[in-house]
Design a protein around this ligand. Structure first.
Ligand SMILES: [Zn+2]
Length: 357
């Protein structure tokens, strides 16, 4: 059962059952479990704080305070929230009903405590449809930092908003109430419009290569191959290829502390912002030849700041990295006929003989 912060159980749907409330609202397409639960809560007139996950939000316990055992409870995964059994009983719905509408994804996703992205246009659409903003599952997919419906970068709100029971309402409130945010978001997106558009092409190309692959059973090799390249593009040697604003709100105070290099290779991307991941995808596009040199050079010229426009420049930046072997070992794990090491452009022959054989 869910508990409020003072430890009391606060869910009591039976009371409302007796009042004759029997219509349960359906989740919208791609809506998250927590978003739907919040709307059910509102529609039934429940106290707003009927659900709180101890693993996320500003009050989340630190590992040192004994929160480790709760740290992996994801409010959007049916199997990880025991209180749903009580909810299902009270609402006369089955666990199968919940699992069908909120299937667990095996795509790489942002961990619950770092989820903070939203699309303001999707908010607008859902407000029109159901009078409430909703949260979408796809906003947490690490290889999809842009909304494919509206073709815009997702917006990263402040981390304190993540994990709140009314996350969608909070993001809308945050967006509307912080004076400089809207201006800053538009300015930063405007300054990188071409890069974002080319990164969106890369994002869509992953999906096109996945045609025929059943991603419900696990992330596809194509997605994991690009995901590994994105990790590589976030290594410190590549940091100066990014706009300074990409590092804003990145929850890494000591980016790539040398003592944790291997761990950071895997972990950094989980707390990166959408803005950062868009730029990582753009660089992946250059390395894979999906963004050609002319496009990248034109992008630098039009947007007025430099980042590598050719794959061999990027390989040159990585030449001193101690993680090249790790990177190629990971890439080899995810090779497929659709995407493999042979698709990497400008790969220096010493790399090929040392790491790819
Ligand atoms: Zn959207």
């Amino acid at each position: 059962m869910p508990r409020s912060h003072d430890g009391r159980t606060t869910l009591n749907l039976g009371k409302f059952w007796k009042m004759g409330v029997r219509t349960i609202i359906e989740p919208l397409i791609d809506e998250t479990l927590s978003s739907w639960l919040y709307r059910v809560n509102v529609s039934l007139g429940m106290p707003l704080r009927f659900y709180s996950s101890p693993s996320v939000g500003p009050d989340r316990p630190s590992l040192s305070s004994g929160g480790a055992s709760m740290a992996f409870s994801d409010p959007d995964i049916v199997g990880e929230n025991l209180f749903l059994e009580e909810v299902a009983t009270q609402l006369s719905i089955s666990r199968g009903w919940l699992e069908k509408r909120f299937p667990r994804t095996n795509r790489p996703t942002v961990p619950a405590q770092y989820r903070r992205s939203f699309c303001i246009h999707c908010h607008s659409d859902s407000v029109k449809a159901v009078n409430n903003p909703i949260c979408k599952s796809s906003w947490s997919y690490l290889t999809k930092p842009q909304c494919e419906i509206h073709s815009v970068p997702l917006i990263d709100c402040h981390l304190t908003v993540s994990g709140t029971a009314d996350f969608s309402a909070q993001t809308l409130l945050w967006y509307c109430s912080v004076h400089s945010i809207e201006r800053e978001v538009y300015l930063s997106n405007d300054a990188c419009k071409l890069r974002s558009a080319l990164a969106l092409n890369v994002q869509r190309r992953i999906s096109s290569l996945e045609v025929g692959v059943d991603v419900s059973k696990g992330a596809s090799s194509v997605e994991m191959f690009v995901f590994t390249l994105m990790r590589a593009m976030m290594m410190p040697q590549v940091h100066h290829s990014y706009s300074k604003i990409a590092f804003r709100q990145w929850e890494s105070h000591k980016r790539y502390d040398t003592r944790g290099t291997y761990i950071n290779f895997f972990q950094e991307i989980y707390r990166s912002t959408c803005f950062m991941r868009i730029h990582a995808l753009y660089l992946c596009g250059i390395i894979l030849g999906w963004v050609d040199e002319d496009e990248a050079q034109a992008t630098n010229k039009i947007e007025g700041w430099y980042s590598p426009f050719a794959a061999d420049f990027i390989w040159g930046m990585l030449k001193d990295s101690k993680l090249l072997r790790l990177m190629f070992t990971e890439l080899k794990r995810y090779e497929s006929s659709a995407l493999n090491l042979n698709h990497l452009r400008g790969l220096p022959s010493p790399y090929r003989s040392s790491y790819c054989e």
